[in-house]
Ligand binder design. Sequence first.
Ligand code: FEO
Ligand code: CA
Ligand code: CA
Length: 675
Amino acid sequence: MLIQPVYQPEVNAMTANPAQSPFRTSLLEENDGPGTNRSENPTMGEVISRRFSRRGFLQGSLAVSAIAATVSPMALMLADEARAQSASAFSFKEVEAGIDENHHVAEGYDADVLLRWGDPIFADAPEFDPANQTPEAQVKQFGYNSDYVGFIPLEGASDHGLLVVNHEYTNEHLMFPGIVTVKDGKIEIAPADEKRVAIEMAAHGGSIVEIRRVDGKWQVVRDGTMNRRITATTEMELTGPAAGHDRLKTNADPSGTKVLGTINNCAGGVTPWGTYIMAEENFHGYFGGQLPEGHPEVVNYERLGAPDETYAWFNFHDRFDLSKEPNEPNRFGWIVEVDPLDPNSTPKKRTALGRFKHEGAESIVAQDGRVVFYLGDDERFDYVYKFVTAGTYNPDDRAANMDLLDEGTLYVAKFEEDGTMEWLPLVHGQGPLTAENGFNSQADVVIEVRRAGDLLGATKMDRPEDVQPNGVNGKVYVMLTNNTKRTDDQVDAANPRAENAFGHIIEIAEDGGDFAATKGRWEVLLKCGDPSVAEVGASFSTETTKNGWFGMPDNCAIDSVGRLWVATDGNSPSDTGRTDGLWAVDTEGEARGTSKLFFRVPVGAELCGPLFTPDDETAFVAVQHPGDGGEDWDGFGRPSYYEDLSTRWPDFRDDMPVRPAVVAITKQGGGKIGA
Ligand code: FEO
Ligand code: CA
Ligand code: CA
């Protein structure tokens, strides 16, 4: 039996402009993409295949899944009970996997909604009125589709700090009343007008919100002096090797150093010096129009899939129209750094970290004080990167760290068949990165990082999402969501998943335990999917219950004792029979590869964010695009939109639409999560 892996709602063909199509998640994140890697570099699947075929992979982890495939329900039940005595680092009673309108958390925990789309985050912000939303209101309210969640303690406290949250994108059919009609069971969305676009632009970006824990419960400090909204129109500065380059100059900005806004901010990071990183991911969807005939950026943009016209912004803002501002796409796809302690600071797009579809930027201080940022480029067949700062981190002088991200070395990962790996420097003048290949300076290298990676022979990965260093065990965890486009000739018999529908997780050990090293070793920690279906080839430990397995790892977090928590994007009724959620995954000892479900989201949502406070007493999670879908869920069975929603989470009020939100999970009576 082959499982039909990916939920692909039929997008209405009548919407001539894809900007009027629902299901942005599919269009952008499941990007089959216009962005294409045509290089001959081997895929990760090919590398894994060759490696494990040589090592007798069938006697290895595949055998575990083959055994799991034959066990009876009774044996699975006994395994459930045996888990209590297992070597797992986690002790909580697992949530039952499933699908319904609400979220669910492990017994003994509270999952409280802290910040919802539309919540006022300034003293003078209007209350949320979804039927009469305005751009002016939205810019003072919490944005849509939260993704990255970071916590910046104030005065070192775990119960008082700044929550920094990315708002990745908008779902118009869930946000706006009166714009959807249903014909033949399919959604049609009315074309966007200027006001709707302005609301969308104000709902993108990020929020910085002061929060405080009082009597065990988190509260928003609505008049917090550092509270801030960053949107698609906030003025930003371009810094680093590409700043001021001709390829970044536009009619509105002849200096090539000033840009308005940040878009599609997926995951991100908080630096050791307490700045907030927003990663620009699927920026191609915001551009429309055609490049002027013979324009030199054709190849550059094609590699990234721009323009894609997912959104209608280009109809109202010339900068998103390639026929009018052909260089504007070169000003997006960067890592953005924000100083959250100064609400008037200008966010900086740090071009030294390269331009691609950045998933996130988690960092760690290496042995010699340099700071290492791990970066995923979320597209099928694209690459894993890291950036090592040239300067060193000064823990006693915050100001001295504020421009560390302007100088350093960007590397792309090459995974070898023998379990070693190399980080290849993307440095102008080295190897093929020369004028002969169109790279006249480091500016050209960072603007066209993907093409540079192609030339260096980087390994094509299965949609790299979060890449997370673990300061406790010294390893690095790479979430690879899936890649259904991999064909038979890109894998071999030892790797049974010609289509990697459910993704996998790779664990890297840098040489000498040094995160700044240029070589390392790698292992597959997990191949995801249902371990009871042999054809899936999943490799969860046999202690993993029917609730504990998952597909499509996306974001992740490491808690203060070094345990791995994985959030997913893409589990649904028709592929895995469960919603997305947060899973606790053992990485050490006998329990390695055991996964347990801790929290699950309402129908239609993915889970983002996961983030632990320094004391591990709170886990913040972002419930993104709840209610986006419902056709394949027996409990609803039809398209979901503003007037007819598969869930009205979290308010469950007839006069309130579904609202993406950040949830704070705490243990009843206090204590560390999962301990
Ligand atoms: Fe926005 Fe790669 O997820
Ligand atoms: Ca993601
Ligand atoms: Ca995602």
